[in-house]
Unconditional design. Structure first.
Length: 278
């Protein structure tokens, strides 16, 4: 795995942290993430000077998106993450991807990561689909030769309408965007694949094809994290699931059980009694 170290090192390991056990792909320890949001209408120099002259503090609100969350993800597991809007699922994925730093706690990742966190994020709208594939490959640490050998395969999988692969991606429909981003993410042969609402891209035919590709990746014993509001995706593909609620990990277990608990919560609108004080 050492050759993969060049890809992405998202470990925020303190100096005397214990080494992560070999069998783990991701270890999350007491992770908290807060966003600082300015409540000022506009962050201008004039406003800052006025505030300073009036000796006012900048009004900042802190949003606790993740609260003391701990989780071990073994290599080869396919983990589904469910939870209401604003539960912190995307924040957690961004942190595992190394895009966001923990406010407290730490995340250690062992392996090469490929992400599909929001459709087409990372694409340059002015470049063609083909050039964006090359960019995606470079960002994932592939060599020029590896990328060249993959470009046709990715373009073929995305199966865009005639000639679109050589047009700027800003001319794509959102479905076409989604098809290309999915194809890029799954073709980078990652050790760890992070998918945030990524399987909803494309039309019914592409959905079937992407499911097939996902099943294949799952069978190849890669570690996959899937955030989805399509709960059937979680029960179909995942071997474990977690339910996040207001930044905390509420429960972890078999996908059917977790989805069942979550559905009951959605219908009833209140937490199961043993979680009531969370
Ligand atoms: N860039 C940001 N700046 C400030 N607050 C943010 C930011 N991104 C998310 N949040 C806040 O963090 C919390 C968690 O948001 P997050 O996007 O992680 O939720 P989610 O579970 O992915 O929700 P959804 O199901 O709607 O995608 C929410 O309260 C949200 O308002
Ligand atoms: Mg989200």
């Amino acid at each position: 795995m050492s050759s993969d170290k060049k890809f992405l090192d998202v470990s925020h390991v303190s100096k005397n942290a214990a080494p992560m056990p070999e069998e783990l792909a991701i270890r999350i320890e007491e992770l908290s993430i807060s966003y600082k949001v300015s409540l000022e209408a506009k962050r201008t120099l004039k406003n800052a000077v006025m505030r300073a002259s009036l000796r006012q503090e900048a009004r900042v609100r802190s949003i606790d998106a993740i609260k003391k969350l701990s989780l071990d993800v073994p290599h080869g597991s396919v983990l589904g993450i469910v939870g209401s809007n604003g539960a912190g699922k995307s924040t957690l994925m961004r942190c595992i991807a190394g895009i966001l730093s923990p406010t407290e706690g730490r995340v250690t990742v062992n392996g090469k990561i490929s992400t599909l966190l929001a459709l087409g994020v990372g694409f340059n709208p002015a470049l063609s689909g083909r050039d964006n594939i090359i960019l995606g490959g470079l960002a994932s640490g592939l060599t020029k030769e590896e990328i060249e050998s993959k470009t046709d395969e990715i373009a073929e999988f995305a199966a865009l309408p005639d000639g679109f692969i050589d047009l700027p991606v800003r001319t794509y429909s959102s479905g076409m965007y989604g098809r290309l981003s999915f194809s890029v993410a799954v073709s980078m042969t990652p050790d760890i694949l992070l998918l945030d609402e990524a399987l909803s891209a494309g039309d019914a035919a592409f959905k079937e094809k992407s499911f097939e590709r996902m099943r294949q990746l799952c069978a190849e014993a890669r570690t996959i994290l899937i955030v989805s509001h399509a709960l059937a995706t979680v029960t179909d593909l995942c071997d474990t699931a977690i339910w996040m609620h207001k930044g905390s990990l509420l429960s972890k277990g078999k996908p059917e059980e977790i989805v069942d608990q979550y559905l009951k919560f959605l219908n009833v609108g209140s937490l199961p009694s043993n979680y009531e004080d969370m």
